[in-house]
Design a protein. Sequence first.
Length: 208
Amino acid sequence: MRGPHIKIIVGPDAIEYSLPRALLCETSTYFQRALDNIFLESHKNEVVLDDEDPKIFDTFAHWLLNGTMDGDLTFREVYDDEEHLVAVFIFGDKRGIPALRNSAIAALAEYQEGSGATSDLICEVYRALPTTSPLRDYLVHDYLASGGDLTQHTFDSIPKEFLWKVLEEREKRDGDDTRDETHPIKRICQFHDHDSEEQKETCKFNRK
């Protein structure tokens, strides 16, 4: 891509990336602020992310340049697992990249294929993300769709907030015959960040 590139220094080993400034600013509120002189490093045309995992940034960089996670051999061959996808989502949440969050949650749904999330994954999502995160909501619907049985888990292994949300959603379904109970992978845009109904309808992940 033409135009100026920005040096991104990632991780404790200071791995360097060179990415288009325009794309960074277009997709990420964090990078837009960083490169608009709010952060001290912006005048050097570089951003230091020494607290980020290069493996996660690899997937972000591929997604940024290609608009998709498909075809990312590093991701598909080495990191194609739900923990990596959740970490990518968390990165997107931390760095203000809603489109990356949308891609990550869609990829997670495809990866799980109705198998449901592990208790460790649920704990990580509830630890790292705010209460308003759509990924939290997705995991509740995914848990019910995959036949999750609350009696199989203790209150020590799964966050109590998650359990309450499962019970709350189950109660809503019992009292509303019109409530959509299809697997969330078939209505994934319900858990996406979209600015308008038009954007939701044209989302490439929409299965309608």
